[in-house]
Ligand binder design. Structure first.
Ligand code: GLA
Length: 346
C-alpha cells in the first residue's frame, strides 16, 4: 500500500519589500503561526482527490485536467508539477486543513502548493532542496494557474521558520533568517477588503515594471540608482513604479540591519516610508487601508504598512509588547471592519 505522508507549512506576512521580488530585489517576509496541514497518499491511477476540512465533499479531478477556477486547482497543479519532477508517478489523495485565512494575502495558495510538493518529496525520498521546491511552486502559479507572482511567498513558506524573518535576495535566492524582536510584536490585521492576485491589477503593475525594464535595459529595477530613475525621461507611471522598486529595495536592506541591531524605531520608520511609497509611487493602496495605517501609527505603532500584493488584504504594524492590548482595542474600535489575525510569528 502506498505510504501516506503529512507536512505542515506556515503562512507568511511580509514585513517590508513589496513588488521587489520580480524586480531583482530584497524582501523580508516572516513565517506565521497560522499554518496548513496536509497529508498525501500517492495513487496508482490518474485521479487526484482533494479533501478540505473547510468543505463537506471531496473534489475529484484527474491529472489531465486544466484549471477550473476551483480551490483544488492549486493542489492539482502541484501534483502535475510533482509528476514532472519525478516525485509522483500518477495521481494522489490529499487532505488539507488550514488556519491560514484565504484571500488575506497571507500566502494560503503558496502554502498549499508547497505542502503538496514537500509531501511528494517525502513520499518519494527525492532530495530537492527547499529552494527547488519553492521554484517549482512558483512554476505552478505562473504556468498552470496563470498567476504572475514573484518568488517571495514560495520561498518564505518553504524555508522560513516561526520566530524569524527571512532576508531574501530574490535575484540570487540567498537568504538569512533573522530573529524577530521579543520586545515588540509585528501585529497582522486584515483590512476587511479581500483581494486576489488573479484579478488583474497585480499583472498591470508587473507590465508597468516591464516598460521600465525595457527603458533602462535591465531586469533589476531594484538595483538602479534612484537618482538616475528620477532624472530620466521615462514616462509615468513606469517612472514612479521603478522609483518605488529601487527605494523599497534600499529600505529592505536597512530594515534587515535595524532588525539585527534591535533598532525598532528605525524599523518602524522604514515601514512607514514603505507604505508611503506603495501609496504614492506604486499605487497599490486604497483609502480605507491608508486610514487604517495612519490610525495605527497615530495610536502608537512604531511603524505600519500595507503588506502583500496590494489592493486589499492585511496591514502589519510594529507595536511595543506593553502597548499591544490598548493599541489593538482602540484601532479595532475605530475600524470595525478590520480583523486581528492571531498569527504572530514570535
Ligand atoms: C504577492 C506575490 C509576491 C509579491 C507580493 C508583492 O504576494 O505573490 O510574489 O510580488 O505580492 O510584494
Amino acid at each position: 500500500m502506498a505510504k501516506t505522508v503529512s507536512v505542515n507549512v506556515p503562512g507568511r506576512v511580509n514585513l517590508i519589500g513589496e513588488h521587489t521580488d520580480y524586480n531583482g530585489g530584497m524582501v523580508l517576509p516572516a513565517a506565521l503561526s497560522v499554518s496548513l496541514q496536509l497529508s498525501l497518499t500517492p495513487r496508482a491511477d490518474r485521479e487526484v482527490i482533494v479533501r478540505s476540512a473547510a468543505y463537506d465533499q471531496p473534489v475529484r479531478r484527474t491529472i489531465d485536467d486544466a484549471p477550473s477556477n476551483d480551490w483544488s486547482d492549486a493542489a492539482l497543479g502541484a501534483v502535475r508539477e510533482a509528476i514532472t519532477m519525478g516525485m509522483l508517478t500518477s495521481g494522489a489523495e490529499i487532505s488539507v486543513s488550514s488556519t491560514i485565512p484565504a484571500g488575506a494575502g497571507l500566502s494560503s495558495s503558496a502554502a498549499l502548493i508547497v505542502a503538496v510538493l514537500k509531501a511528494a518529496r517525502e513520499a518519494s525520498s527525492a532530495d530537492f532542496s527547499d529552494t527547488e521546491i519553492a521554484l517549482a511552486a512558483r512554476r505552478v502559479e505562473n504556468e498552470y494557474l496563470g498567476v504572475p507572482c514573484g518568488i517571495m511567498d514560495q520561498m518564505a513558506v518553504a524555508a522560513a521558520s516561526i520566530g524569524t524573518a527571512m532576508a531574501l535576495d530574490t535575484k540570487t535566492l540567498q537568504y538569512r533568517l533573522l530573529p524577530l524582536p521579543t520586545t515588540h510584536e509585528l501585529i497582522v490585521l486584515h483590512s476587511g477588503i479581500s483581494r486576489q492576485l488573479s484579478e488583474g491589477r497585480y499583472a498591470v503593475r508587473k507590465e508597468e515594471c516591464d516598460t521600465a525594464k525595457a527603458y533602462f535595459g535591465s531586469d533589476d529595477l531594484c538595483l538602479l540608482d534612484p537618482n538616475i530613475i528620477q532624472r530620466s525621461d521615462l514616462a509615468e507611471p513606469a517612472r514612479s513604479r521603478a522609483l518605488h522598486c529601487a527605494t523599497e529595495h534600499a529600505r529592505v536592506l536597512a530594515a534587515a540591519n535595524a532588525l539585527e541591531s534591535g533598532d525598532m524605531t528605525r524599523l518602524g520608520a522604514l515601514m512607514n516610508a514603505s507604505h508611503a511609497s506603495m501609496r504614492d509611487l506604486f499605487d497599490i493602496s486604497l483609502p480605507p487601508i491608508d486610514a487604517l495605517v495612519a490610525d495605527g501609527i497615530a495610536l502608537g505603532a512604531l511603524g505600519a504598512r500595507l503588506t502583500g500584493g496590494g489592493f486589499g488584504g492585511c496591514i502589519v504594524a510594529l507595536v511595543e509588547n506593553a502597548a499591544r492590548e490598548a493599541w489593538l482595542g482602540q484601532l479595532l474600535a475605530k475600524h470595525p471592519k478590520a480583523q486581528f489575525i492571531d498569527a504572530a510569528g514570535g
